[in-house]
Design a protein around this ligand. Structure first.
Ligand SMILES: [Zn+2]
Length: 212
């Protein structure tokens, strides 16, 4: 985790220096970035109702109400601090629009995300382990403890994700074009992530292995 800093020219960023080379002042120290990020993503992905927040089917929550929930837990986290966290997030976890906020992915609450764009990729990738892949090839890819399956737009990204969980990742290549034609909705979350409710086995084209 990195500090959130402010560049007068380019806004909030993570790390020591802005891309322009400027070393801005620290707005949120990394320990707080971690705690605040965990809490806000937890609320928006998993337990909005625990804090009395109403979420619509696209995952949106009233931003002012979220701020009140956050301020009750972390008194130092005012609106400016929360915005600094959100706008500096490199992974595009959050979206803030029309005074509403949502998580863009990672939900375990039931959401539809109908207002997100469709993905147009022909191929998508899903990283898994050796043992797991056997089951997935037979039964298809289904979400585990999540609302959607999270697919990667590139082989490289899926490998990165899979290596967090296993030393010997196997990447499943998905025929997204065919799946789409068969009526499976693919949601484009950001440059790297595409969501789908499930990928039936017939759309898994092949396994890609890495030899080291
Ligand atoms: Zn800058």
């Amino acid at each position: 985790m990195e500090d959130v800093r402010l560049c007068p020219e380019h806004g909030f960023y993570r790390g020591e220096r802005c891309d322009c080379g400027y070393e801005g002042e620290v707005i949120i120290k990394k320990e707080r970035v971690e705690r605040l990020g965990k809490f806000i993503s937890g609320v928006l992905r998993h337990f909005p109702e625990k804090f009395g927040l109403e979420m619509d089917e696209n995952g949106w929550v009233d931003f002012e109400k979220l701020l009140r929930v956050v301020a009750r837990k972390y008194r130092w986290a005012n609106k400016w601090v929360v915005k600094a966290l959100i706008y500096s997030d490199k992974k595009g976890r959050y979206e803030l629009k029309n005074n509403r906020i949502r998580a863009r992915y990672g939900h375990s609450v039931k959401v539809e995300l109908n207002d997100m764009p469709d993905a147009e990729e022909d191929l998508l990738y899903y990283g898994t382990s050796e043992e797991e892949s056997i089951r997935l090839l037979e039964l298809g890819i289904k979400p585990v403890n999540q609302t959607f399956v999270h697919l990667s737009t590139t082989l490289q990204k899926s490998e990165e994700v899979a290596r967090l969980r296993t030393d010997d990742p196997i990447i499943l290549e998905v025929d997204a074009k065919k799946a789409r034609e068969a009526g499976i909705r693919m949601i484009k979350v950001n440059e790297h992530i595409v969501l789908a409710k499930e990928i039936p086995p017939e759309f898994i084209i092949r396994e890609i292995r890495f030899y080291s």
